[in-house]
Design a protein around this ligand. Structure first.
Ligand code: AMP
Ligand code: GLY
Length: 430
């Protein structure tokens, strides 16, 4: 089989790494890929951007690929699944209609309302004065969200009324996120610990992946600006396996039913970003794809053939497909360029990756890297995700940081406390 993976991050390196282990796979193309995918067996990077749908379809046709696997949200919201389907090429993921669950926060809120999914109370505004009046009336703390895709930066958690008003000014009046902020969702502030709950879906059936936890803040102790994610681990003690079935009932299956009733069965990965509140899990957002970096520890734990699972999602046969996981814990630490998520340098040479990879149960996934004359250079904000398996969370944390010690990169930064919240929870027996 020939597989075509789309994207260039750590998530896509993990997808390639897992897919190429399938005995069914002969060849993998990645558009555009990174320094890590360039070095994987059976794999070749192709210089096409992840948003260039016509070029991606043309390439998939020319190479007669058997399965397309888009990693990031952009091609999904741009309708890559619809375009590939028209060309007769199987593509793992939701169609453009379903991808709006991630691409439009107001659409997601509407689906949640129709499905009875627990989420923060919210109002949608297109009028700037009305949004300000609402904030002034309700008062902080509030969360202000640009409706459209804003690379994870369109959400402001405002502790006070003044901060919420400033966020409305930024997003609606000053267009800080362009057209993504023509509409805003203003919602109730929820308290609790966050968890990522992902399911494989075939339109009708869903199979949960183990729970995971991301670390969105840039600095230790969950301080600093929001990033794409600085590290992740699985399972997350805050969402134990015993709760997977009930969580799926509350936050995944109602969405599948609503979308199927709309004539657009959801296929692919449905990711619920949850706040584990004192009154149960509430949905903060849906993503319609694997999370990055959650994908890296999750795929390290997946034992079943990912090609079989993805084909079952496309064909509607997920209920007949075994999905098994390693019972150990996996934890990934992101090595970023200093200054990320603001401005940061590029081009730094990275040393020690082979020494880290040589450790048992360790895999170094590349994000923003490129290979030049045999050297691996940093080319993005998040550069690597050093991921390790361990017998428990503390063991996985030790193993991942021990592997990271073997790697050197000038002008780098990483969090030193990935997994700490989960370890604390386990120690306290909560
Ligand atoms: P989102 O992109 O909607 O998941 O928001 C990004 C981040 O903002 C989340 O991971 C949370 O940390 C935070 N956040 C979003 N909505 C809320 C809320 N209603 N209450 C508290 N924090 C929130
Ligand atoms: N790690 C969160 C995301 O991929 O959106």
């Amino acid at each position: 089989m020939r597989i075509f993976v789309i994207g260039s991050g750590g998530r896509e390196h993990a997808l390639v790494w897992k897919l190429r282990q399938s005995p069914q796979v002969d060849r993998i193309f990645v558009a555009p890929g990174n320094g890590g995918t360039a070095q994987e067996a059976k794999t070749e990077n192709v210089a096409i951007g992840a948003g260039d749908i016509p070029a991606l379809v043309a390439f998939a046709r020319e190479k007669a690929v058997d399965l397309v696997v888009p990693g990031p949200e952009l091609p999904l919201t741009e309708g890559i699944v619809d375009a590939m389907r028209e060309a007769g090429i199987p593509c793992f993921g939701p169609d453009r209609y379903c991808a709006r669950l991630e691409g439009s926060k107001s659409f997601a809120k509407d689906v949640m309302r129709r499905g009875g999914v627990p989420t923060a109370a919210s109002e949608v505004f297109t009028d700037y004065a009305a949004a300000r009046a609402y904030v002034a009336r309700v008062g902080g703390p509030l969360v202000v969200k640009a409706d459209g895709l804003a690379a994870g930066k369109g959400v402001v958690v405002a502790a006070t009324t003044e901060e919420a008003l400033a966020a409305v000014d930024d997003i609606m009046r000053d267009h800080a996120h362009g057209a993504a902020g023509d509409k805003v969702v203003i919602e109730e502030f929820l308290e609790g610990e966050e968890a990522s709950f992902l399911c494989f879906c075939d339109g009708e059936h869903a199979v949960p992946l183990p729970s995971a936890q991301d670390h969105k803040a840039a600095w230790d102790g969950d301080k600093g600006p929001n990033t794409g994610g600085m590290g992740a681990y699985s399972p997350a003690p805050v969402l134990p396996y015993a709760q997977a079935a009930s969580t799926m009932e509350t936050v995944i299956l109602p969405v599948l039913r609503v979308l199927a009733a709309d004539g657009h069965p959801f296929r692919g990965v449905l990711y619920a970003g949850l706040m584990m509140t004192s009154s149960g899990p509430k949905v903060l957002e849906y993503n319609t794809r694997f999370g990055d970096p959650e994908c890296q520890p999750l795929l390290m734990r997946l034992e079943s053939d990912l090609v079989d699972i993805m084909r079952a999602c496309v064909n509607g046969t997920l209920d007949q497909t075994p999905v098994r996981y390693d019972s150990r814990t996996a934890l990934g630490v992101v090595l970023a360029a200093r200054g990320y998520p603001s401005s940061y340098p590029r081009g730094m040479e990275i040393a020690g990756i082979p020494a880290a990879d040589a450790l048992p149960g360790v895999k170094v996934f590349h994000s923003g890297t490129r290979v030049e004359d045999g050297r691996t250079l940093a080319s993005g904000g998040r550069v690597l995700c050093v991921t390790a398996l361990g017998n428990d969370l503390a063991d996985a944390q030790r193993a991942a940081y021990a592997a990271l010690e073997r790697i050197t990169m000038p002008d780098s930064q990483c969090r030193t406390d990935i997994g700490a919240k989960g370890i604390r929870r386990l120690q306290e027996g909560r």
